[in-house]
Ligand binder design. Structure first.
Ligand SMILES: Cc1cc2nc3c(=O)[nH]c(=O)nc-3n(C[C@H](O)[C@H](O)[C@H](O)COP(=O)(O)O)c2cc1C
Length: 324
């Protein structure tokens, strides 16, 4: 599958953009474990003007993370165009527009999934961004605003017509937020619409290699995107791809492997964000890395009180000994 000139291979598996999670450190790990493309956390087009330094940091990435998409969101046509131009300076493979974020402070301001309520504006923003940059522009969105407005088949056509190069669809409505199950049937309907020429990337509730394969097989999508199931579990990309190749389910990572990758994540976080910030931001990853490991609760309490890399690393290393 290609997005613009970027070849992502056969049945690519992408890391979803996740605010506060998919920073440079985590993206680096996911690429190493086989994610075929990664995305930045979403960057506010308005904040890009007001808080340029913070937003620029969110858009920065290392060469080893490529191929990468920088994701932007907002409600203003002009602001989004300017944000896209700033994102273009980082020279990512893709500029992705977020029309899917359901959280109140975004959607109720008419940004993210809020634009599912104003499709003409969604199309206008997309057209303006496509025309402003000379990089492939993609969109990530949901099925519709609510149960009565699942217009994704028509929306996808209209966005294709103004020049996007791929569309990612999360199989929920805005009203659903993250509840219930993702419904992939409409994702399949977009893919099977004879008018659609661009790649369709399916997203929602992929948690293991069997589901990943099933979604490709049943709905014919060009790629899949994994979000929550990758948190504290970057191996998921390796496992999904191994299963595609061999048809056999690979072993889950051992306790020692979990801990050593978690340590590597911590090291990258500290290297990229500084010791204080890196240590604080790692806290939301531990539960994922150590899910199901005995003794984890106590270790987490200990980690929360530590402020230096050396202290946290020592606790983690001790945790990997079998007699802990
Ligand atoms: C904590 C969190 C942060 C998210 N941040 C973003 C974001 O910045 N941009 C975006 O397009 N989607 C964001 N999403 C949505 C995910 O990319 C994805 O569409 C959703 O979680 C469904 O996929 P999954 O079931 O594989 O997690 C976020 C989801 C979560 C849970």
């Amino acid at each position: 599958m290609n997005i613009g000139n970027t070849d992502l291979g056969h049945r690519p598996v992408l890391l979803a953009p996740l605010e506060d999670i998919t920073d440079s450190a985590f993206r680096t790990l996911c690429r190493r474990f086989g994610a075929d493309m990664v995305y930045t956390e979403f960057v506010s087009s308005e904040a890009l003007v007001r808080l340029a330094e913070k937003s620029n940091k969110k858009m920065a990435f290392d060469a080893s993370e490529r191929p990468i998409g920088i994701q932007i969101f907002g409600n203003g046509v002009e602001a989004m165009k300017n944000a896209a131009l700033l994102a273009m300076e980082q020279n990512p493979e893709v500029i992705d527009i977020n029309f899917g974020c359901p959280v109140r402070k975004v959607a109720m301001k008419g940004a993210g999934a809020g634009l599912l309520n104003d499709i003409p504006r969604m199309v206008a923003i997309t057209r303006e961004v496509v025309n402003a940059v000379n990089l492939p522009v993609t969109v990530k969105t949901r099925l519709g605003w609510d149960e009565n407005s699942k217009y994704i088949v028509e929306i996808a056509e209209r966005l294709q017509d103004v020049g996007i190069k791929a569309i990612t669809i999360h199989g929920r409505t805005r009203a659903q937020m993250y509840s219930g199950e993702a419904d992939w049937t409409l994702i399949g309907a977009v893919k099977n619409n004879p008018r659609m020429q661009i790649p369709v990337i399916g997203n929602g509730d992929i948690t293991n290699p069997l589901i990943a394969a099933d979604m490709f097989n049943r709905f014919g999508v060009d790629a899949i995107m994994i979000g929550r199931a990758a948190i504290g579990n970057p191996w998921i990309f390796r496992n999904v791809k191994a299963y595609f190749l061999s048809g056999e389910l690979p072993d889950e990572p051992t306790r020692d492997e979990r801990i050593s990758v978690c340590l590597e994540h911590l090291r990258l976080a500290v290297q990229k964000k500084g010791e204080t910030k890196g240590i604080i931001e790692m806290r939301k990853h531990y539960a994922g890395y150590f899910r199901g490991l005995s003794g984890f609760k106590q270790v987490r309490m200990e980690i929360l009180n530590r402020k230096t890399y050396a202290e946290v690393a020592e606790i983690l290393l001790n945790f990997s000994t079998p007699n802990f």
